[in-house]
Ligand binder design. Structure first.
Ligand code: BES
Ligand code: ZN
Ligand code: ZN
Length: 497
C-alpha cells in the first residue's frame, strides 16, 4: 500500500478528501479538538450517535458514520484508544491495524488517518501507525481462486504531529520492516510441499540478492565434511536435501558489535519415528518460523544499515519417516563432539540447532548469539499461545530483548535455565540425551542448547512455538504466520549500532 504523511491540522479535517477518515477517540478526552471540529461540520451527528451507541473511547470501540457529502470524506471512522496516559507505541500500531481492517471491510480505497496525540513521540507514532496499517492489510490469498479477497485499501495519508522528524525516511523504514515481516508470514503460511528446505533457501537467496546481503548455503556434502551428524540424522528419511543458509550484513563503517542469529527451519516436522498424532502434525508446516524470522530480520537490517555486523543462519531440514529414518535409541555424535542418545525423534529442532550453533560460533566468533525456534509445545503450556519463552545467559541481553519486545507488542517472558534440571538430560551410554521427562520441557530444551554455546558468548534462546502463529485475526495480526520477532530483533539490533 502507498502511505504518505501530512501534518495534522484540526481545522482542515472537514476538507480532507478520502473514502474514509479515521479519528482516534481517547476515553478521557471524548470530545477532543478533532471530534468537535468534525462534529460541527456534520451538524452534531457524531456526538448524537456516540451518545446513542455509548461510544466513549474505550479501547477497541469503533463507530462508522456516513457523512452524506457534508464534509469531503465519505465516511468517518471513530476508534477508541482508551485513556491518553495508557496509549503506548503498540497501542498506536493496534489502532492503525483496526483502522486498516475496517476501512478495507467497507471497501475504502483511499483513507486518511489522524494519529493520536499521546505521550508517545510523534516520530515513533508515525512509524508504528505505518506498520500497523500495512500489517493489518496482510492476507495470505495466493491459493484462493474463487473469492480472492483482494485488499481494496490501497493508499493512506497519515495525519501526524508536526514534531515528526524526517517523515519520509520514517515511512520508508516502516515499509522495509513490513515487507520483511510479510515475507516471513508468507513463508510460515506456505504449505510444506511447496516450501521444502531447498525452496526456503531459494527464497532467502532471492531476498538477499535484492537487498545486497551476502548469501551462501551448505548442502549435504558440506554438512558431512563439517561433521553435522545431528542435523543429517534428522534429515535422513526425507527425500528433500537439507540446507544451511548463511546471510551476512556487513556495515559500511566499523562495526560496533558482531551478532549471529540462528533459526530453526524445519519445513515439516512429522515427529519422525516418534510420529506425531494427526492433530499434532497438522500445523507442522510452521516449524520453520524461526528461520523465517531470521530471514525477515536480515532483510530489515539491510534496509536500516546499522553499524552492526549481523550474520543470520537458517537450519532448513525436513523431519520424516521411512526406512532410512534415524531411530529412538540411536547415538549420534554432534559437530561439537558430544555424543547424543536419541530419546525422542520429535525433539529434532534442538539437534539441528546444536550443529548450526556450533558451526556458526566457530566460523564467526560473535559476541552475541540469538537463536529462535518453534522448539517445544511445553513452552506454550507454560506461557500460553501469544508469549515467547526467553532464555539467556546474560541479564542485559534478556532485558534489551524484552524491552524491544514491549515496544513492539511482542511479549517475551524470561524463563530460568536451572542447572539442576540438567540431570534429566543424562544418559548412561552417551554424553547426553536429547529429551528430559515431561516436566519443564521448554527448560530442558534450552539447557540442551546451552551445552553448545561457547564460553564467553552472550546468548539468548527464544522459544516462539506459540506466538509464531496466531489462532485468529487480531489487531494487525492475521490468522496464521505472524512474523513474530522480526520487529523486536530489528529494534534490538539497531540499538546496538
Ligand atoms: N516443533 C515441535 C514443537 C511445536 C509444538 C511447535 C507445537 C509448534 C507448535 C517440536 O519439534 C517438538 O515436537 N517438540 C516436542 C518435544 C518433546 C518430544 C520432548 C514437544 O514439544 O512435544
Ligand atoms: Zn518435533
Ligand atoms: Zn519441531
Amino acid at each position: 500500500m502507498k502511505i504518505a504523511s501530512q501534518e495534522l491540522v484540526a481545522a482542515n479535517l472537514p476538507t480532507t478528501t478520502a473514502d474514509l477518515l479515521a479519528i482516534p477517540v481517547l476515553e478521557d478526552e471524548a470530545g477532543g479538538p478533532l471530534l468537535s471540529v468534525l462534529d460541527k461540520a456534520l451538524g452534531g451527528v457524531l456526538e448524537r450517535t456516540m451518545a446513542d451507541e455509548d461510544i466513549r473511547g474505550k479501547r477497541g470501540q469503533t463507530l462508522l458514520v456516513h457523512t452524506h457529502g457534508k464534509i469531503s470524506a465519505a465516511k468517518v471512522l471513530l476508534v477508541g484508544l482508551g485513556k491518553k496516559a495508557d496509549v503506548n507505541e503498540d497501542g498506536v500500531r493496534r489502532y492503525a491495524g483496526t483502522v486498516a481492517r475496517r476501512a478495507d471491510g467497507v471497501r475504502a480505497k483511499e483513507i486518511a488517518v489522524a494519529l493520536p496525540d499521546s505521550k508517545v513521540d510523534a516520530t515513533i507514532t508515525l512509524n508504528a501507525a505505518a506498520e500497523g496499517l500495512a500489517l493489518g492489510l496482510y492476507r495470505f490469498n495466493r491459493y484462493l481462486t474463487k473469492d480472492k479477497q483482494e485488499t481494496v485499501t490501497a493508499a493512506a495519508t497519515l495525519l501526524c504531529g508536526k514534531d515528526a522528524r524526517r517523515p519520509q525516511e520514517t515511512l520508508d523504514k516502516a515499509a522495509a520492516v513490513v515487507k520483511a515481516t510479510c515475507l516471513a508470514r508468507d513463508l510460515v503460511n506456505e504449505p510444506a510441499s511447496t516450501l521444502t528446505p531447498g525452496q526456503l533457501a531459494g527464497h532467502a537467496e532471492r531476498a538477499a540478492r535484492e537487498l545486497g546481503l551476502h548469501y551462501s548455503e551448505m548442502g549435504p556434502k558440506e554438512m558431512a565434511k563439517e561433521r553435522m551428524e545431528l542435523l543429517l540424522a534428522v534429515s535422513r528419511a526425507s527425500v528433500e536435501e537439507p540446507r544451511v543458509v548463511r546471510l551476512e550484513y556487513t556495515p559500511k563503517g566499523p562495526a560496533r558489535k558482531k551478532i549471529v542469529l540462528v533459526g530453526k527451519g524445519l519445513t515439516f516436522d512429522s515427529g519422525g519415528l516418534d510420529l506425531k498424532t494427526a492433530e499434532g502434525m497438522l500445523e507442522m508446516k510452521v516449524d520453520m518460523s524461526g528461520a523465517a524470522t531470521v530471514l525477515g530480520v536480515m532483510m530489515s537490517i539491510a534496509a536500516h544499515a546499522p553499524n552492526v555486523h549481523v550474520i543470520g543462519y537458517m537450519g532448513c531440514v525436513e523431519n520424516m519417516i521411512g526406512g532410512k529414518a534415524y531411530k529412538p535409541g540411536d547415538i549420534i555424535k554432534s559437530r561439537a563432539g558430544l555424543t547424543i542418545e536419541i530419546g525422542n525423534t520429535d525433539a529434532e529442532g534442538r539437534l539441528v540447532l546444536a550443529d548450526v550453533l556450533s558451526y556458526a560460533q566457530e566460523r564467526e566468533n560473535p559476541e552475541v548469539v540469538i537463536d529462535l525456534a518453534t522448539l517445544t509445545g511445553a513452552c506454550m503450556i507454560a506461557l500460553g499461545p501469544t508469549t515467547a519463552g526467553l532464555f539467556a545467559n546474560n541479564d542485559e541481553l534478556a532485558k534489551a530483548i524484552s524491552v524491544a519486545g514491549d515496544e513492539n507488542g511482542e511479549e517475551f517472558w524470561r524463563m530460568p535455565l536451572n542447572d539442576g534440571l540438567k540431570e534429566l538430560l543424562k544418559s548412561p551410554i552417551a554424553d547426553m540425551k536429547n529429551v528430559g521427562n515431561r516436566y519443564g520441557g521448554a527448560i530442558t530444551a534450552a539447557l540442551f542448547l546451552k551445552e553448545f554455546i561457547k564460553d564467553g558468548v552472550t546468548w539468548a534462546h527464544l522459544d516462539i512455538a506459540g506466538p509464531a502463529t496466531s489462532e485468529k485475526d487480531r489487531d494487525y495480526l492475521a490468522k496464521g504466520g505472524t512474523g513474530f520477532a522480526v520487529r523486536t530483533l530489528t529494534r534490538y539490533i539497531l540499538a546496538q549500532g
